[in-house]
Design a protein around this ligand. Structure first.
Ligand code: MG
Length: 251
């Protein structure tokens, strides 16, 4: 399948989808504290998305039962919100959220510390976020897709962390997951040439230990195989002639 190039009108709609999601994430970030359940986070996020006149795109996606993926500690992604899962001081929690505005999708993830976290865990979160910003330095027209992958891998590997390989970033538009797939680890080939109007989700998932992951019995929750804690950071971006535009960040 070809990678879609968005028209000026489509880009406007994706900007709005991204702007609303940035607001949702900002508000979600403020409720993270010891004592709340992962269900509370999803409930609040679902209401924010719906009150904005948007549709939560994760809800019922391949049967996923919530609007927000809430993944705690060794959970990498796709954690299912639960009233029984209460955040504790020192935990970390990754929130992956997305929505549809007038037929166009946005998708973004953030990882937060719960209360006071240990310095090594804080560093994992910081490096994961920074790896996104390192990667998107290459996200401009004329470069190749895997320039982004190689840059993320090179940056993260310097810290001895494991870059998750079983899950990757993706194109986005009228569907949540479009071509191309965007690995966060080094590639032998160069990948497609980036063009203005491509909209991509760049989303490094980084384990403090080894890169290997496994799926829990619920068939959704992805955890690190060695039990090491994991962080996730993602934005929907627009490729332009110059700097990429971060659609899911407040400006
Ligand atoms: Mg994504």
């Amino acid at each position: 399948m070809a990678v879609s190039i968005k028209s000026a009108r489509e880009i406007e709609l994706m900007r709005e989808a991204g702007r609303i999601l940035a607001m949702v994430h900002e508000k979600l970030g403020k409720i993270i504290r010891p004592g709340i359940s992962t269900w509370d986070i999803d409930d609040f996020g679902t209401r924010l998305i719906k009150e904005s006149g948007c549709i939560p795109n994760f809800l019922n996606y391949n049967g996923f039962p919530a609007a927000i993926c809430v993944s705690v500690n060794e959970e990498v992604v796709h954690g299912i919100p639960s009233k029984e899962r209460i955040l504790q001081e020192g935990d970390i929690v990754s929130l992956d959220a997305g929505l549809i505005y007038k037929g166009y999708h946005s998708d973004a993830a953030r990882t937060y510390g719960v209360g006071v976290i240990s310095p090594d865990v804080a560093k994992l979160i910081e490096v994961t976020k920074q790896s996104f910003f390192e990667g998107i330095k290459k996200a401009r027209a004329g470069n190749h897709l895997y320039d982004i992958s190689n840059t993320i891998d090179e940056y993260v590997s310097g810290f001895g962390y494991g870059v998750v390989r079983d899950l990757v970033g993706h194109g986005i538009g009228t569907k949540l997951h479009e071509d191309p797939q965007i690995p966060n680890f080094a590639q032998k080939r160069r990948g497609i040439k980036l063009q203005p109007g491509m909209t991509l989700c760049i989303e490094p998932m980084i384990n403090m230990g080894y890169a290997e992951v496994e799926w829990l019995e619920d068939d959704w929750t992805v955890v690190s195989e060695d039990g090491s804690w994991s962080a996730h950071y993602e934005n929907t971006i627009l490729i332009t002639e110059g700097e990429p535009e971060l659609l899911t960040m407040a400006h």
